[in-house]
Design a binder for this molecule. Structure first.
Ligand SMILES: Nc1ncnc2c1ncn2[C@@H]1O[C@H](COP(=O)(O)OP(=O)(O)OP(=O)(O)O)[C@@H](O)[C@H]1O
Ligand SMILES: [Mg+2]
Length: 333
């Protein structure tokens, strides 16, 4: 079996002493498409910015981040860049903040090609045009020489993807790559990400608050709430029977094409402020299934059947859950 590309263990982040990430355990296998979902402020972006060493100095990060078995946390930036190399690329949430507005788009891609693959001159230009073409920029050779502001939002997003592909990464982290786009362009970008993954075999982490979008491109999904993973598993398993009331709430809030038409039910309330966290389960104040025990301590993320893991004391009833081998062993010992 090939080793995991990335392994996060007990990853925590605090800003100015306020914890926002409370111990994330997460693996990304070569070639897999993993979704990370949750409402705004749940810690989706911070998880990956911390993993890649891209948070500002005021952030305190603890735990372990291994890339192909090598520890990244606490390493100086040049060492870190050496380990990460061109292996992992990230498309950031706001493309306008990631493209340099005063440099022509082609130049920026050429620079990425020089950095990651040592390409220069005509070879670099030809490859940059090929990448722009690949991500669906019409008339790429002519548009090589224009500035970022001359592209539409959807095209900027495509340019960002082209830049990310310049290093031929093994893992592409796409942080809300479609949030700012209209529904048609959003669908095109999702198709593009799926096609690129099929063509290159790279793994993809797709960050979104939209469980519907995630289900189109991912095989496995992690649901985050208030800096923790609360449920994770194969997308089909979660779709069939979401067990965490928060996952269930996210599903109830998206329109479904299959089955009878049902009213969309938003989850009441909002994500708590990290400075003012409830005791026990952070979702408890918004949860219809909450009981006194839920407010006593934070439930651990426990492995279940069918590759699911769940952190809830009072889950939504599903099919009878088969105990895992580990659980059986624990019961015997
Ligand atoms: N640079 C920062 N300084 C201080 N707090 C921050 C910083 N970046 C993020 N946070 C806080 O960390 C928490 C997690 O933020 P994060 O950006 O990871 O959320 P997210 O799940 O990506 O949300 P969104 O869907 O809005 O992008 C939030 O409470 C946020 O306010
Ligand atoms: Mg974010």
């Amino acid at each position: 079996m090939r080793p995991n590309l990335v392994e996060l263990r007990g990853l925590t982040v605090a800003f100015d002493g306020t914890p926002v990430l409370h111990g994330i355990d997460l693996d990304v296998a070569p070639g897999e498409a993993l979704g990370l979902v949750g409402e705004s402020g749940c810690g989706k972006s911070v998880t990956w910015l911390a993993a890649l060493g891209l948070l500002p100095g005021k952030a305190t990060v603890t735990g372990s981040v291994k890339v192909v078995g090598r520890e990244m946390l606490g390493r100086p930036r040049p060492v870190l860049e050496g380990i990460r190399g061109g292996r992992i690329a990230m498309i950031f949430q706001d493309p306008s903040s990631s493209l340099n507005p005063v440099l022509k788009v082609g130049r920026q891609i050429v620079e990425a090609l020089r950095l990651h693959r040592g390409l220069v001159g005509q070879a670099a230009k030809a490859e940059a045009i090929r990448l722009l073409d690949l991500v669906g920029i019409p008339d790429a050779s002519r548009r090589f020489d224009i500035f970022p502001h001359e592209f539409s939002g959807g095209q900027s997003q495509r340019v960002m993807i082209a830049m990310a592909l310049a290093g031929q990464p093994d893992l592409l982290i796409a942080d809300e790559p479609t949030t700012a786009l209209d529904a048609t362009i959003q669908a095109q970008i999702l198709d593009l990400l799926a096609a690129l993954r099929a063509e290159t075999g790279m793994a993809t982490v797709f960050i979104s608050h939209d469980l519907g979008a995630v289900s189109q491109v991912c095989e496995r999904v992690c649901v985050m709430y208030s800096g923790r993973i609360v449920e994770a598993g194969p997308i089909d398993t979660l779709f069939e029977a979401p067990r965490h009331p928060y996952t269930r709430g996210l599903f109830d809030a998206i329109p479904r094409l299959d089955g009878p038409r049902a009213r969309l039910i938003p989850i009441p309330g909002t994500v708590p402020n990290p400075k003012d966290m409830p005791s026990g389960c952070a979702f408890s104040p918004r949860c219809a299934r909450s009981s006194d025990a839920c407010n006593e301590s934070v439930p651990a993320l426990v492995a279940q059947a069918e590759g699911r893991s769940l952190a809830c004391r009072n889950p939504v009833p599903g099919q009878p859950v088969k105990p895992t081998r580990q659980k059986l062993l624990e019961a015997v010992l």
